[in-house]
Design a binder for this molecule. Structure first.
Ligand SMILES: Nc1ncnc2c1ncn2[C@@H]1O[C@H](COP(=O)(O)OP(=O)(O)OP(=O)(O)O)[C@@H](O)[C@H]1O
Ligand SMILES: [Mg+2]
Length: 648
């Protein structure tokens, strides 16, 4: 193919496309209200009568149906857990809100408000709900029906007149919750002379793009904001056609509350809207209807999901009149994550998704280190004796801290309920990383470069006070000293000792050979050159000094080792390090210090010898192959650990 495309992949895609549209065709349903009753309602009356809260609760559980976890509430979080990490507690609250509202509790009559710091996942949560609804409405379980042509896609069951509803309940065992809209009332009268059995019904598919079942409202300039954006207005062109301003057909039903009917209305930055808007929305949640000029109350079945940030909320609280409004909201705090592993997952998600990061290698600790820093800025200082921020962070992340019981984490959390509402946002960190990459024009970012990038971002933040800056820079230092140092040292040590057992055994055998030669006053034959030489007393002493065997005690020590080796030999066993604790300690120390010296040598002298270079390159290779480093970061890690060793 001239375009270089893979023809097979393309055909696959065409196939999925056609099966997708086939699926859509087959899912469609259309009929009269009479047919709707027999085809749909009779089979699943409860599903047909669901309110939006019940529908959302079902949707949440549907997304979790494959989830292994126990309990409805746990399962229902599955949708959110795809993309939201480290905020399980607020997610549980959201899920519980829907559970209670679906069961008919009064919370369903209060507006759900997510309150949290900037870039803390509120919009993401709303997006997941919206995508979740779209997906669910395409399944059998999530089939949703509306009066065809109605701008509100209202539940067809609303057609059943009040006088017949008791009978309906007898017959189907469910209660009809809604009322016909003015539009539908006029339509049924005009087109069907009130014969509602003939009214057309269709299956509806929730779609934000088509404004079906999802409405979104974001306040722009409050002075020009018009309530018509929410509830519509008279459509003058239609008035001239129809001739009657009061005719529902002359109303423009384009407001966000109508788009959201049967599903969800997302109110972005809700506290920035005019108070008039807020009253309307709160009444709508409470009474399930809105009042617009010239119509009686319009029944609306929808759920409002509102969000706002803390700054706006505090401003809102300052006005006395607003207090009463708070009673009519269910406020759920959505703080930042406080576990560094979860925070790192967020960065991972953002990094994988961003083109700027494609082809950029991050050393294995970059994201964890950034997360530790971010969380340090979010924590409050622990009061308890023997605890500091770093230890608190480790407890929160499920790591054990010496001398402190694990149960302490829960107690600490309970004591600092506002934790996670301030501090560094994921966006701040991701921006710092991107800046470092673009500016450095590099394909590899190391932990140390990350720390510099973060420091840079703090320094150049014009809005931050200098006291605050100093504090954050202290957190960078803590992250490095208390976390990074440990991680990188562990990597280097493990890479140095990858074949530790074999090397240690070799060394033990060498030691034994030399000891025997020295005890017998024999010569040792060099295995390579074949030359004879006396026992290597210097080597023997180097090993023995590691465990403080004195010059006067060396003879009895050596005899004891040889005796043990002979016993093992007679029993047909190999004399191994495990059988001699002191020898083991001596050899481990010896090996470790030898490597440490090599590390020092290579990085401090301009021309390390071939042997040293060889050893170091083995460690470097292992860091790359087994521990996720690239060449650049492996070199940095090695030289960093060397400087750490020099300070010990
Ligand atoms: N706990 C989290 N888990 C996963 N991703 C998160 C989390 N918190 C934030 N993010 C990511 O950070 C980015 C910003 O989040 P989002 O836009 O949802 O925040 P927000 O609370 O709406 O912020 P704002 O108040 O500024 O509107 C998103 O890409 C989001 O995926
Ligand atoms: Mg947002």
């Amino acid at each position: 193919m001239s375009t270089g495309e893979d023809p097979i992949k393309r055909r696959d895609f065409l196939e999925s496309l056609s099966s997708f549209s086939k699926l859509h065709r087959s899912q469609k349903w259309e009929g009269t209200f009479g047919e709707f009753l027999t085809d749909v309602v009779a089979k699943a009356p409860a599903a047909a009568a669901r309110s939006s809260h019940q529908y959302i609760w079902d949707m949440l559980r549907w997304h979790g149906h494959l989830n292994e976890e126990n309990g409805d509430s746990n399962k229902a979080r599955a949708l959110f857990r795809r993309e939201l990490f480290g905020i399980d507690e607020p997610l549980s609250r959201v899920v519980d809100y829907f559970k209670a509202a679906a069961a008919g509790s009064d919370v369903g009559r209060r507006l759900l408000l997510l309150l949290g710091p900037p870039s803390g996942g509120k919009s993401t949560l709303a997006i997941l709900m919206k995508r979740g609804l779209e997906e669910y409405s395409r399944t059998d379980e999530g089939a949703l029906y509306g009066i065809k042509g109605s701008p509100l896609r209202e539940n067809p069951l609303n057609l059943v007149p009040a006088s017949l509803r008791a009978e309906f309940r007898e017959r189907y065992g469910v209660e009809i919750q809604g009322e016909l809209s003015p539009w539908a009332r006029e339509y049924v009268e005009r087109e069907f002379e009130g014969d509602f059995a003939r009214v057309p019904v269709e299956r509806i598919f929730i779609s934000e793009a088509s404004r079906i079942g999802i409405g979104t409202y974001a306040p722009h300039d409050p002075t020009t904001a018009d309530i018509a954006d929410l509830v519509g207005s008279v459509d003058l062109a239609k008035v001239s056609q129809i001739g009657d301003e009061g005719d529902p057909r002359a109303w423009s039903w384009s407001g966000a509350v109508y788009a959201a009917s049967r599903g969800m209305l997302e109110m972005i930055e809700i506290l920035k809207v005019k108070r008039e808007f807020l009253y309307l929305l709160l009444t709508m949640t409470q009474e399930k209807n809105v009042k617009v000029s010239r119509f009686p109350l319009i029944h609306l079945d929808e759920t409002i999901l509102a969000h706002t940030n803390l700054a706006e909320f505090h401003k809102f609280l300052q006005e006395k009149e607003n207090e009463a409004l708070l009673d009519r909201m269910v406020i759920i705090k959505v703080p930042y994550s406080l576990s560094y592993q979860d925070e790192a997952r967020i960065y991972k998600k953002l990094v994988v998704g961003a083109p700027a990061f494609r082809d950029v290698h991050l050393d294995p600790h970059v994201l964890d280190l950034a997360s530790v820093f971010a969380i340090l800025t979010r924590l409050t200082k622990p009061e308890r004796e023997g605890l500091d921020l770093a230890k608190k962070l480790r407890l929160y992340s499920g790591e054990s801290v010496e001398g402190i019981p694990e149960s302490e984490a829960a107690r600490l959390k309970a004591d600092s309920s506002d934790e996670g509402l301030t501090g560094v946002s994921p966006r701040f960190v991701i921006n710092a990383i991107s800046n470092a990459i673009t500016r450095g024009n590099t394909h590899s970012l190391t932990s140390m470069e990350l720390l510099l990038a973060l420091k840079d971002s703090i320094d150049s933040d014009a809005r931050m006070e200098s006291k605050h800056k100093k504090l954050w820079i202290d957190h960078l230092v803590t992250a490095r000293k208390e976390f990074y140092n440990r991680w990188v040292k562990e990597d280097v040590h493990r890479a140095m000792f990858a074949s530790f057992e074999a090397e240690a055994q070799q060394l033990l055998e060498k030691y034994l050979d030399e000891v025997e030669a020295s005890l017998d006053h024999r010569q040792v034959t060099d295995p390579i050159t074949g030359e004879n030489r006396p026992a290597d007393e210097r080597f023997l002493r180097q090993v023995e000094e590691k465990i403080k065997v004195s010059d006067s005690g060396k003879l009895s020590f050596r005899q004891e080792v040889v005796r043990k080796a002979m016993v093992a030999f007679k029993a047909g066993e190999k004399f191994a390090l495990v059988s001699h604790a002191r020898m083991r300690e001596a050899i481990e120390q010896y090996l470790f210090e030898e490597r440490r010296d090599v590390l020092r040598l290579v990085t401090s002298t301009a021309r390390p010898d071939e042997d040293a270079r060889q050893k170091i390159s083995v460690v470097q290779e292992r860091l790359i192959k087994e521990y996720g480093y690239d060449e650049h970061s492996a070199k940095e890690a090695l030289s960093y650990v060397t400087t750490l060793l020099a300070q010990e």
